[in-house]
Design a protein around this ligand. Structure first.
Ligand SMILES: Nc1ncnc2c1ncn2[C@@H]1O[C@H](COP(=O)(O)OP(=O)(O)O)[C@@H](O)[C@H]1O
Ligand SMILES: [Mg+2]
Length: 212
């Protein structure tokens, strides 16, 4: 059928909420159901910009806060031609973290307004669905310790969570909050069922522009 495009599905959530687990499972589940699906994750660490970000996250280098924010955004923009190409040829994209993480992490720092943080990502392909995996700090702690990367501490993550909640009040976006304390299988079933409905619905619609 002409004009049949893939859906852009984003998974967001705090550290250890299950984003990696569920995005992988969703791609497998959609493929098993006969749909085309691929996984993307941000930051995409394999590009030149991605390597700068990775080194920053691993604390091997320091970057000025505005600069790193713009690099994270550029790291999404550099994938836009690929994202559009895939969606337009009917591939569903499951994306682990997107502009919402970018904005939440920088605006959790001192002296950054949410509005300034959003600007570089205005016009990115708009997700058809954003799944927010909600998990309390205490539940997350049961899943293991924080890693050693930058931002991996409770104080900062709490501030990030507040910023996410603010972004979720935007009714122009299709946010779905999921209780991430459930079992991996139950979560997968719930997520797959929501994703399948969205995939059916978006097929005749053009790709939107984020925050425009
Ligand atoms: N629903 C779940 N229940 C219990 N443990 C989980 C669940 N989902 C993921 N985990 C475990 O929690 C840890 C973090 O999961 P991960 O998918 O890497 O989270 P994230 O990508 O959001 O940081 C992993 O050890 C994973 O196996
Ligand atoms: Mg992960």
């Amino acid at each position: 059928m002409a004009g049949k495009r893939g859906a852009l599905i984003v998974l967001e959530g705090v550290d250890r909420a299950g984003k990696s687990t569920q995005s992988r499972r969703l791609v497998e589940g959609l493929r098993a159901a006969g749909m085309r699906a691929e996984l993307l994750r941000f930051p995409e660490r394999t590009t030149e910009i991605g390597r700068l970000i990775s080194s920053y996250l691993e604390k091997k280098s320091n970057l000025e806060d505005h600069t790193v924010h713009l690099l994270f955004s550029a790291n999404r923009w550099e994938q836009v031609p690929l994202i559009k190409e895939k969606l337009n040829c009917g591939i569903n994209l499951v994306v682990e973290r997107y502009a919402f993480s970018g904005v939440a992490f920088t605006s959790a720092k001192e002296n950054f307004s949410l509005d300034w943080c959003k600007q570089p990502d205005v016009g990115l392909p708009k997700p058809d669905l954003i799944l927010f995996l909600q998990l309390s700090t205490s539940e997350a702690a049961k899943r293991g310790d924080f890693g050693n990367e930058r931002y991996e501490n409770t104080f900062f993550q709490e501030k990030v969570l507040q910023c996410f909640h603010h972004l979720m009040t935007d009714k122009t976006l299709n946010w779905k909050t999921i209780d991430a304390s459930k079992s991996i299988e139950d979560l997968h079933d719930e997520i797959k069922s929501i994703a399948e409905k969205v995939i059916q619905k978006v097929q005749p619609k053009p790709i939107g522009e984020l925050w425009k």
